[in-house]
Structures are given as structure tokens and as C-alpha cells.
Design a protein around this ligand. Structure first.
Ligand SMILES: *Cc1c(COP(=O)(O)O)cnc(C)c1O
Length: 459
């Protein structure tokens, strides 16, 4: 196979979902009715849906077979033990606590270890992680390396944590106020950029020096392991599951969304070594999620994750996954469309500020671009810029550091011709970028406005 360059989808398709072709006029009408907010669209009116890679993947025949096999016993179901074996084969932590999705694991963990006066450092907290930390009264601090904040800077491990800044933070605040250090792999909010094992070891050293446990937000652990294999010295010949186990050996626990690298549509877990924390977390779990052998899930969901965990570390899958995301990004870069670089694992981020310099930040270039991609080609992405981050708690507005449109790639869903179409649409829009106008908000809630705000184009 090495003789041929084309990287094919390492699967064939035996169940299809039709997507409905629409016209520009239809989509313009849908946009207007949705208040130019793509979250308000009906999914059936979207041609290629790149809003998120969370829970939107296609399951395999093995996963569907597992769903049929799912055992719904309240306690001690065989499905639970198959799930537990699959998790601990990669992540041999002493305790595994299933939850209905990643944020439930975060909620339970931070309820136990957070609280006022505490500070939780991470390379970059994902938004639900930050929200769950802050909800307890604790402070969430992002300490990614400086390169991780610069869209155009190329670095093989842009998700790495700044270990000097971590050490300084712990000294300044006191180790007793830092219950845990988190590292997100890959760094979702930072562009899906990976973290190296060298960096994880360095973070571990800082943690050991201060007696603080290290946890991974491991949502995209397999994509991260693939980047380590491709980019880190000494790992080119190491099997992906062994790289994952090495990541696990450096950590004391993890939170996980099964909607990402467990290739499932729902699910998650918390895993950890500390017996006392685990007992407290299980007590909370029973209160809000369910009995410890099912969490907030059906037995069939546990089966889907168990099968997904075996498939996600397959080299053919990962090569296809990472290459197909890069295929989209590299084609856009070659066409002169500004993107966050290097291309991350699960998404391509368009730099709307660079593409639309004539639109001021407070006229939402990312929103204008996202709407244009839908109008012209039926593609749904997600603004990550001033609409999402620009409103202060007092209601005033400030420009976000970056104006991005994220195109997240669902796992095993779209083929290369779908992506070729996406490339063509984006090039079409980019060539006409100077004609795009900014947007104004006509209605918005007081928090998390990107989900429900209504806009209109500025004439
Ligand atoms: C999706 C995600 C979460 C939260 O998981 P949910 O299953 O959506 O609750 C946490 N961290 C990261 C990095 C994520 O991508």
C-alpha cells in the first residue's frame, strides 16, 4: 500500500443518510428566519454540518452490534465490564466512574476538589471545564506555551503547557491551593493542537515537586497519540496503544467525553487512582448520574464506547483521520485562505480577521464568514470570536483575541468528495471576501449569547 499516496477512507458504507440539496435562495431565507445564527437552523437544512465533532460520528458495524448486545441490568451488567476492560486496557487507573458525558465527570470531580480559594491550571481549559471549575468558586488558569496563542506560528506541539509559568503559579498561590493540574489533549480551545510526551513528563515533574496530582482532559487522546507518533523523536515505531499507556502512566486521573475519541454518540467517564476522591465522586455520581456501573448511561451506550475505544487506536483509522483534516486545511492554505496552523486533529480554523480585514471586530467578521459559507454552499461552521467571547459580564463589548470560524470534522461521516466540495465553497467565498459585510446584533441574552443571539447584516 505504501506505493500509493492516496489515503482512502478505511471503511466502506452500508447505511446511508440522505442529505438534502438546497438552493442559495432557500438558504438565504432560512438564514433570515434563523436571525443569521447558525445554531437556530434545522440540521435538515444543512448540507455539510461542521458545527462540531462531538457525538456526531458514524458508528461501526461492531458498535451497532454492541448496541444490540447491550445489557440493561441495573448493577454489574456485562456491558459495564466490557466497558471497564476497554478503558483500563488503555488507561489502567484504579477507579473508573461512568458519566453521561464529559462535563458530568468534570462537575463531579470539581465539586469534590474545587471551591473558593482553589486554582486549577491547565494548558487551556475547555469551556465546560472552565465553567465547572468556576461554578465551585475556584479559578481556572490557562498556561499554554506562547506559540499556542499565535494562529500563524508553526510548532509541532502547540498544545504544550508552559511549565515555568506553572511552577511560578504554584509558588505564588501555594501548592495547598492547587488540588490538581489539568492538561487537555489535544488542546481543543487552542486549535486541536497536540501535547508532547516530553511536555507531559515536564509537567509531571513540576507536579511531583509540589505534590500535586496531574489529570488529563483526554477527549482526543488518540489523535494526540498519533501526533506524538508522527512528530516526537523516538515514537515513530511505537504502537498507538502503547503511546496512550505512556500518557496514562504520567497521570493520576482523567476526564473523558465518549463523544470524541470513544467514537460514540453519548457517554463519558472520570478515572482516577485516589481512593478517597473516588469514594466522594461515586457518592455524588449516585446522587446525580446513577449507580456506579452505569453512570448516566444505558448498557448499550457502554458497549458503543467499549468497541469505539478499540477502533480509535487503530493506525489506519488515525492516519485517515488526521490526514483528512489536514487535507482540508492544506488545500485552503495553498489557496491563500488564512487558517490556524499547523492544522489540528479534529478541525480546521479559518482566520476571519485576516480574510475580512475590512470588517471591524465588533461587526463580527467570523459570524459574517460563517453565514456566507452557509448561504453559498450549505456548510455550517461555528464562529469562535467576538460573538462567542466579546461580551463582558457588565454588558459592554470587547474584541476577542482571534476571529475564527471552526470547521469541525465529524468522525467517519464525510467522504473526500464532500470535503472537496467544502474546499470549493470556501475558495468561492474567499475570492469574494471583500464584498462581505459585517453584522449587527438585534437581540441577545445576557450570557452565552452565541447560542441564541439574532443578527442582521449591516447594509
Ligand atoms: C467536549 C469536551 C468536553 C466536554 O465533554 P461533553 O461530552 O461535551 O460534556 C471537555 N473537554 C474537552 C476538551 C472537550 O472537547
Amino acid at each position: 500500500m505504501e506505493r500509493f499516496r492516496t489515503i482512502i477512507e478505511p471503511f466502506r458504507i452500508k447505511s446511508v443518510e440522505p442529505i438534502r440539496l438546497t438552493t442559495v435562495e432557500e438558504r438565504e431565507a432560512k438564514l433570515r428566519a434563523a436571525g443569521y445564527n447558525l445554531f437556530n437552523l434545522r440540521a435538515a437544512d444543512v448540507l455539510i454540518d461542521l458545527l462540531t465533532d462531538s457525538g456526531t460520528g458514524a458508528m461501526s458495524a461492531e458498535q451497532w452490534a454492541g448496541i444490540q448486545r447491550g445489557d440493561e441490568s441495573y448493577a454489574g451488567s456485562p456491558s459495564w465490564f466490557r466497558f471497564l476492560d476497554a478503558v483500563t486496557d488503555l488507561w489502567p487507573f484504579r477507579h473508573v466512574i461512568p458519566t453521561h458525558q464529559g462535563r458530568a465527570a468534570e462537575k463531579i470531580l470539581f465539586s469534590v476538589i474545587g471551591g473558593p480559594g482553589k486554582v486549577i491550571p491547565s494548558n487551556t481549559h475547555f469551556d465546560t471545564t472552565r465553567a465547572n471549575v468556576e461554578f465551585t468558586g475556584a479559578e481556572a488558569v490557562d498556561l499554554v506555551i506562547p506559540e499556542g496563542r499565535e494562529p500563524a506560528t508553526i510548532h509541532p506541539f502547540k498544545g504544550n503547557m508552559d511549565t515555568d509559568a506553572l511552577d511560578a503559579l504554584i509558588r505564588a498561590r501555594g501548592a495547598e491551593n492547587v488540588p490538581v493540574v489539568f492538561v487537555t489533549v489535544t488542546n481543543n480551545s487552542g486549535g486541536g493542537q497536540p501535547v508532547s510526551l516530553t511536555n507531559l513528563r515536564a509537567v509531571r515533574e513540576v507536579c511531583d515537586r509540589h505534590g500535586i496530582p496531574l489529570f488529563l482532559d483526554a477527549c482526543r487522546f488518540a489523535e494526540n497519540a498519533w501526533f506524538i507518533r508522527e512528530r516526537e523523536d523516538g515514537y515513530a515505531a511505537v504502537a498507538v496503544p502503547d503511546i496512550v499507556r505512556e500518557m496514562a502512566s504520567l497521570a493520576d486521573g482523567m476526564t473523558m467525553s465518549g463523544k470524541k475519541d470513544a467514537l460514540a454518540n453519548i457517554g463519558g467517564w472520570l478515572a482516577l487512582n485516589d481512593d478517597r476522591w473516588a469514594e466522594q465522586c461515586r457518592n455524588l455520581l449516585i446522587l446525580t448520574e446513577g449507580f456506579p456501573t452505569y453512570g448516566g448511561l444505558a448498557g448499550r451506550d457502554l458497549e458503543a464506547m467499549a468497541a469505539g475505544l478499540r477502533e480509535v487506536v487503530d493506525e489506519d483509522y488515525l492516519r485517515y483521520r488526521i490526514r483528512s483534516t489536514a487535507y482540508l486545511g492544506e488545500a485552503l492554505v495553498a489557496a491563500g485562505v488564512p487558517c490556524v496552523q499547523p492544522i489540528g486533529g479534529h478541525a480546521v480554523y479559518l482566520d476571519a480577521a485576516a480574510l475580512l480585514p475590512h470588517i471591524a471586530a465588533l461587526e463580527y467578521p467570523g459570524q459574517a464568514l460563517a453565514c456566507a459559507l452557509y448561504r453559498e454552499g450549505g456548510i455550517r461552521g461555528c464562529e469562535i470570536g467576538t460573538v462567542m467571547f466579546g461580551m463582558r459580564p457588565d454588558g459592554s463589548e470587547v474584541a476577542a483575541p482571534m476571529e475564527l470560524v471552526r470547521l469541525a470534522i465529524p468522525r467517519r461521516v464525510y467522504t473526500q468528495s464532500h470535503i472537496d466540495y467544502v474546499i470549493e465553497v470556501i475558495r468561492w467565498v474567499a475570492e469574494r471576501a471583500s464584498a462581505l459585510r459585517g453584522m449587527r446584533i438585534v437581540e441577545q441574552p445576557s450570557a452565552l449569547r452565541h447560542f441564541t443571539a439574532r443578527f442582521e447584516p449591516i447594509q
